[in-house]
Design a protein around this ligand. Structure first.
Ligand code: ZN
Length: 291
C-alpha cells in the first residue's frame, strides 16, 4: 500500500462529493467503483474539492429542455439507464463536478458518467443512454466556451459527445474505443470528430500507437486552447470495454496529454472495477504531472 507521507503532493485536485454514492447500489454503474477509487486517492495524499450542482442554464447549453424536464420528472428510462429516484439531482451534481474540474484544472471523480448522453438523451440512433443522463464533459466545455480538444479515452465511443459537438467549429472530438462494441457508433471519423475504433485484443503498444497518431493529427490541426479528457478506465484488461490495457498504460496516456501543453481537465466516464479505477486515475495523473 502506498503511503502519502513523504510522497510528492499531486498538483491536480480531485473533485468529489460523497453524495454521488447515494443511488444505484444494484447497478453495474454502482457507487462502489467511485467509493473505492476515492479511498485509494485519499490514501495517496490527493487533495479534494467539493462540487456544487450545475445550474439548469448550464445543462440547457447542451440538452433539449423537454429531455431535461422528463429527466427531472423521472420519466426517462431505458434498459441500461434506470430512472433512479432523484437522478436529475445526481446528474446535476456530477455535471457540477465537471464544471469545477474545468475551472481548476482538476479531475472530477463523480457519477453518473456522461459521454453517451446526447442532446435529447439517447444519441446518434442508439437505443440506450449507457448509464448516462447529462453529458458532464459537454456541459463543462460549453460553459468555458473556448476552442477545445475533447479527448475521450473511455473504452466506449462517446456517441453523445459526438452528437453534441458534430460540426462545432470550436471543438475537436477524438475518441479511441473498442469496436465492434456498444454503442456501435464511431466506426469512422466525421468532420471534427476523429474516431479510432480498436479491436478487443489491442493491448498497450497498439493503443499508444493509435493515440500518438490521433494526437499527431490534432496537433497539426491545432487551434485549441483547452484539453478536456473524458477519462474512462473500462479499457483496463477484463473491464466492460477491455482493450487489454495494463495499469501502466494510463501513465503513458497522461504523459501524452501533458505533451499537448494546454490547460487540461479530466472527467470520469466508465471503469467498473473500483480498485482499478483508483489505480488508473493515479497513474493517469502521475503521468500527466511527470511523477
Ligand atoms: Zn465506457
Amino acid at each position: 500500500m502506498c503511503k502519502s507521507v513523504g510522497e510528492a503532493t499531486m498538483k491536480t485536485k480531485v473533485v468529489f462529493s460523497e453524495k454521488c454514492l447515494n443511488y444505484g447500489t444494484w447497478h453495474v454503474e454502482g457507487p462502489q467503483r467511485v467509493k473505492l477509487a476515492h479511498e485509494i486517492l485519499q490514501e495517496r495524499g490527493y487533495k479534494f474539492l467539493k462540487p456544487t450542482p450545475a445550474d439548469e442554464d448550464d445543462l440547457l447549453r447542451v440538452h433539449d429542455g423537454d429531455y431535461l424536464w422528463n429527466l427531472k420528472k423521472g420519466l426517462v428510462e431505458d434498459s441500461d439507464t434506470p430512472a433512479f429516484d432523484n437522478i436529475y439531482e445526481f446528474a446535476r451534481l456530477s455535471a457540477g463536478g465537471a464544471l469545477l474540474a474545468a475551472k481548476v484544472g482538476g479531475f472530477s471523480l463523480m457519477r453518473p458518467p456522461g459521454h453517451h448522453a446526447g442532446v435529447f438523451g439517447a444519441a446518434l440512433g442508439v437505443a440506450t443512454r449507457g448509464f448516462c443522463y447529462v453529458n458532464n464533459v459537454a456541459v463543462a466545455v460549453k460553459a468555458l466556451g473556448k476552442p477545445t480538444l475533447i479527448l475521450d479515452v473511455d473504452g466506449h465511443h462517446g456517441n453523445g459527445t459526438q452528437e453534441i459537438f458534430q460540426g462545432d467549429p470550436k471543438v475537436v472530438y477524438v475518441s479511441l474505443h473498442r469496436y465492434p462494441h456498444y454503442p456501435g457508433t464511431g466506426i469512422r471519423s466525421e468532420g471534427n470528430c476523429l474516431n479510432f475504433p480498436l479491436p478487443a485484443d489491442t493491448g498497450e503498444a497498439r493503443y499508444l500507437e493509435a493515440l500518438d497518431k490521433a494526437l499527431g493529427i490534432v496537433k497539426d490541426v491545432g487551434g485549441f486552447s483547452v484539453v478536456a479528457v473524458s477519462a474512462g478506465f473500462d479499457t483496463y484488461e477484463g473491464d466492460l470495454a477491455s482493450l487489454g490495457l495494463p495499469e501502466h498504460c494510463y501513465w503513458e496516456i497522461g504523459r501524452r496529454i501533458a505533451g499537448l501543453g494546454k490547460p487540461t481537465f479530466f472527467v470520469l466516464e466508465g471503469g467498473y472495477m473500483g480498485e482499478k479505477v483508483g489505480e488508473g486515475v493515479d497513474q493517469l495523473l502521475r503521468g500527466y504531472e511527470g511523477l
